[in-house]
Design a protein around this ligand. Structure first.
Ligand code: HEC
Ligand code: HEC
Ligand code: HEC
Ligand code: HEC
Length: 391
């Protein structure tokens, strides 16, 4: 009886969350932007993991744990410098439609999602230090208390290992408690290194391989609901606060690292689930990749902009030296009003980007500095422009 009321409540509230979550605007395939990155010549100046041009920074080394519009702000900040180099290289300054901007930002944001190749010798150390060797065989190593891990060779991505560990977690935990082995914690590379070792040590010669597709954040969002995560976690201001608010932590790290975080908390999560009578979710096929991609992308989405702060920024950043709202004014091309047209913030951003060169030339003539933006500022400014321009 103790557990019946909360479950009924959960089911009731759940439909409300489902509707709200759907409004989030997550990319389905963040790799779509890779083609644009080349088409728009970004790769002439930027490399990713050492591949590409060197006029600008290697974006795999940049701190891109930022929202969509904050990534746009980084692009905006460097626009005059970029235009200068492009003129020297006789390349056209890229123009961007709002869809392009979203795809590029999603792609750049996605770079850190991919695991670095695992380190076999470190993986071998992990296998014994974390206690796996006490219960699992692979090749000539280990004991046969749990299943032989040799067949794991056919799985290429380390996320498969994380997924299998999660699915068998409570039974592994029970066996560990019995043998007095402490619950192993993993950092980012641990599971990827372990997988590299297992595949290397496996005597299996069958060449069949199973691949995991890069995670799809939209499917992951659905899984977050379907698997009941939302019954304990808040995201985008909805969900129940039994576990931590997952928009407050950063999951901008590789997919396997994100699943390592879940594993580390596993026993606590499973206990709470049992208490609340929530069925423990398991994962198959591509599900762990999709779910971790959702968590990874949670901070890509903008919080609501603050138009009052935006109005202040409009003055501080010097926009009001040239622009106004409404229909008065000598030259209507300086009016940011689009009466009755509800432009999204990203649409305004793209048009702002496309006018960047003309604005830069005019600012140079007026001896005003190119306005640069820090975290959150672009979101507030564009919220103000959006709301005012629509009147
Ligand atoms: C002509 C060369 C050039 C091109 C083309 C170029 N960039 Fe850049 N980019 C740079 C330079 C130089 C910097 C460093 C600017 C600075 O330090 O202020 C930079 C910085 C950045 C940054 C910030 C990185 C950081 O670590 O701070 C981002 C993001 C970025 N560029 C994205 C893009 C995108 C997306 C494109 C394609 C639409 C692009 N860039 C095209 C030269 C270029
Ligand atoms: C105390 C013993 C024990 C330890 C230590 C242990 N496991 Fe296991 N493991 C098991 C048992 C028992 C199962 C089977 C559970 C089940 O049937 O659900 C299992 C299942 C698995 C599976 C699923 C295998 C399959 O074929 O389905 C994987 C993968 C796995 N463990 C990986 C690991 C890794 C990696 C470590 C080290 C971090 C580890 N285990 C540590 C006992 C252990
Ligand atoms: C029954 C409640 C419950 C459910 C359902 C649940 N969690 Fe949790 N989760 C928790 C609690 C409690 C913690 C904190 C654990 C701790 O402190 O060790 C946590 C921690 C986490 C963390 C670590 C957060 C951080 O900031 O370090 C992640 C990631 C996570 N959960 C993901 C998930 C995902 C994904 C699902 C769905 C598959 C899920 N959880 C389902 C209760 C739950
Ligand atoms: C020195 C004058 C000047 C300043 C300062 C300036 N702009 Fe502009 N802006 C222009 C001009 C000129 C155009 C039109 C360029 C063209 O025709 O392509 C323009 C175009 C735009 C556009 C695209 C037109 C539209 O509404 O779709 C946006 C958006 C915009 N500016 C926003 C801003 C914001 C925000 C700031 C402050 C950060 C700013 N501008 C600062 C001169 C300026």
């Amino acid at each position: 009886m103790r557990f019946k009321i909360p479950i009924a409540l959960l089911l009731l509230i759940n439909t409300g969350w489902a509707l709200e979550l759907k409004q989030a605007d997550l990319p389905a395939d963040p790799l779509h932007g890779a083609a644009l990155f080349t088409q728009k010549n970004c790769d002439r100046c930027h490399s990713i993991e050492g591949k590409g041009g060197t006029f600008g920074p290697d974006l795999a080394r940049s701190d891109l744990d930022r929202s969509h519009l904050d990534i746009f702000a980084m692009m905006w900040n460097h626009s005059p410098q970029m235009s200068g180099i492009m003129t020297d290289l006789r390349l056209p300054r890229p123009s961007l439609a709002s869809g392009d901007l979203t795809e590029l930002a999603a792609y750049i944001y996605y770079i850190d999602y991919f695991d670095k190749p695992g380190d076999i010798s470190h993986g071998m150390r992990v296998f014994s230090e974390k206690g796996c060797v006490n219960c699992h065989r692979v090749g000539s190593l280990g004991k046969a208390i749990g299943p032989d891990l040799a067949p794991i060779k056919k799985y290429v991505s380390p996320i498969f290992l994380a997924q299998m560990m999660w699915d068998h977690g409570p039974r592994i935990k029970a066996k560990m408690d019995e043998l007095g082995i402490p619950w192993p914690h993993f950092d980012g590379a641990g599971i990827a290194d372990l997988m590299a070792f297992l595949r290397d040590a496996s005597p299996v010669t069958d060449p069949a391989r199973v691949f995991m597709r890069p995670g799809n954040p939209q499917i992951g969002e659905q899984l977050f609901e379907d698997k009941g995560c939302i019954a304990c976690h808040r995201v985008f201001g909805t969900g129940r606060a039994i576990g931590p608010d997952l928009t407050k932590s950063s999951f901008h790290r590789s997919a396997t690292s994100v699943s390592a975080i879940m594993w580390n908390h596993g026993p606590v999560i499973w206990n709470r689930m049992e208490e609340l009578g929530i069925q423990r979710p398991t994962f198959e096929d591509n599900e762990m990749a999709d779910l971790t991609a959702f968590l990874y992308f949670v901070r890509f989405l903008e919080p609501e902009g603050d138009p009052l702060r935006g109005e202040m920024l409009f003055r501080q950043k010097g926009c009001q030296k040239c622009h106004y709202f409404g229909e008065k004014g000598v030259d209507s091309s300086f009016s940011l009003s689009r009466k009755g047209v509800d432009r999204s913030k990203v649409e305004i951003a793209a048009q702002m980007w496309n006018s960047g060169q003309v604005m830069a030339a005019m600012m140079t003539r007026m001896k005003t500095e190119w306005p640069r933006f820090g975290p959150g500022e672009m979101n507030d400014l564009l919220e103000y422009v959006r709301q005012n321009g629509n009147r």
